[in-house]
Design a protein. Sequence first.
Length: 117
Amino acid sequence: QVQLVESGGGLVQSGGSLRLSCGASGLTISKYHMHWFRQAQGNQRECVAAITPDFETSYANTVRGRFTISRDNLKNTVDLQMNSLGPAAPAVYYCHAVDPITTQLFWGQGTQVTVST
């Protein structure tokens, strides 16, 4: 059974930093396209960062330069370092995996990020 479990969310001051982590079981992340999505209340879920099996990364314009996605194939984890968090940051952040061959999708349960002003 595949499980993606996010951790690291919480309350942070405006301008602060958080590091989210996604642990995977039942799949080997080195073989998957991995993503971080976020969904703010009342908004659609959006992809903020992606990393391929070849370690190529891409980011949404709204977070480029402030967020960094990384993967540790030995630990089977994908992290999202978030800096300079602002008013657009509060959301539930989800880990997402896509099998590049079968296109099967997997989602984590999400972790809440809240920013205090």
